[in-house]
Design a protein around this ligand. Structure first.
Ligand code: ATP
Length: 275
């Protein structure tokens, strides 16, 4: 079995475990807990690991507190992170002290302060801040290639060479744009289109409608990787849950493209690993 398949096996198992503990947290006697806080454009996710870095609890909420990677509702963001933290503390019967967070690549000068303040104001001691694709790679453990994180508002690209990040970029195209296209094509309010899009039952029918936006993302990827020797692309982020997105990106870039079974929770788990 190739290293890549092994990575995905590990990643898929980890995400499956995380999905399980979102439904049913594991009460452990861990001496310490590490929480990853993913403050996303569409979704705020908290992932809790125990002292052995195993997922023990998690929670998420769709929210509108971040746009294109920037915190736009500071008070709302603190409230959601605090509420999710309290919910998990009650379930685990412990206090969650240590938290790490991430920001889209390239926005550190602008927004890392806001994200840091949100996480600290919600009651965490912030232990680390890192960019999203780098966080995802804590789980994927890719040595060479590009990790592409297609979230709600943005697409983050991180190029790795011999296990080191050598290039990061972030562009304002993501799942929100997909929902806008669905809203337009189906004459639906945005909120309904967002829900319609997330339902895997609709993915086959939606793929041709969304193909131009996916092709735009492929062209964004091409622009950023053109001066690098990228032979593999690894997709993460909630938008990559769309069935068939990997085929369009592979065709548009001409580069072998892979995605884990559930790309949605890779980044929050990777953030928790960095805690
Ligand atoms: P960003 O990284 O841009 O700040 P985010 O962290 O909120 O955003 P994710 O949580 O990775 O991003 O992904 C959220 C996006 O994934 C949303 O646009 C959402 O509609 C989309 N999404 C979630 N589940 C699915 C699904 N099953 N099918 C299609 N899209 C999905």
């Amino acid at each position: 079995m190739s290293k890549r398949e092994l990575n995905y096996e590990y990643c898929d198992q980890l995400v499956r475990d995380f999905e399980d503990v979102i439904k049913q947290p594991i009460l452990s006697k861990s001496s310490v807990y590490y929480t990853g806080v993913d403050l996303g454009t569409a979704c705020v996710v908290l992932a809790v690991l125990d002292e052995n870095y195993r997922p023990v609890a998690g929670a998420y909420r769709y929210a509108d507190v971040v746009r294109d990677g920037m915190v736009v509702d500071y008070i709302g963001a603190i409230k959601i992170v605090r509420e999710l933290k309290e919910e998990l503390e009650e379930k685990l019967n412990t206090e969650l002290v240590y938290g790490a967070a991430s920001i889209p690549p390239g926005t550190d000068g602008i927004d890392s302060g806001a994200v840091k303040n949100v996480v600290e104001a919600a009651g965490f001691e912030l232990t680390n801040m890192l960019d999203e694709p780098t966080a995802a790679n804590n789980v994927l453990k890719i040595e060479n290639g590009a990790v592409v994180d297609i979230g709600g508002g943005t697409t983050g690209i991180s190029i790795l060479k011999d296990g080191k990040v050598i290039y990061v970029a972030d562009e304002a195209t993501g799942g929100t744009h997909f929902s806008l296209v669905v809203a337009g094509a189906y004459h639906m309010p945005f909120k309904d289109a967002e829900l319609y899009k997330r339902d895997p039952k609709h993915h086959k029918e939606l793929l041709p409608v969304l193909k131009p936006v996916v092709e735009k993302i492929a062209s964004i990827i091409n622009r950023h990787i053109q001066n690098h020797d990228v032979k593999e692309i690894y997709l993460v982020g909630g938008t990559c849950c769309l069935g068939g997105i990997e085929d369009i990106i592979e065709k548009g870039t001409g580069i072998a493209t892979h995605k884990p079974k559930n790309p949605m929770f890779v980044t929050p788990l990777g953030i928790a690993f960095s805690c």
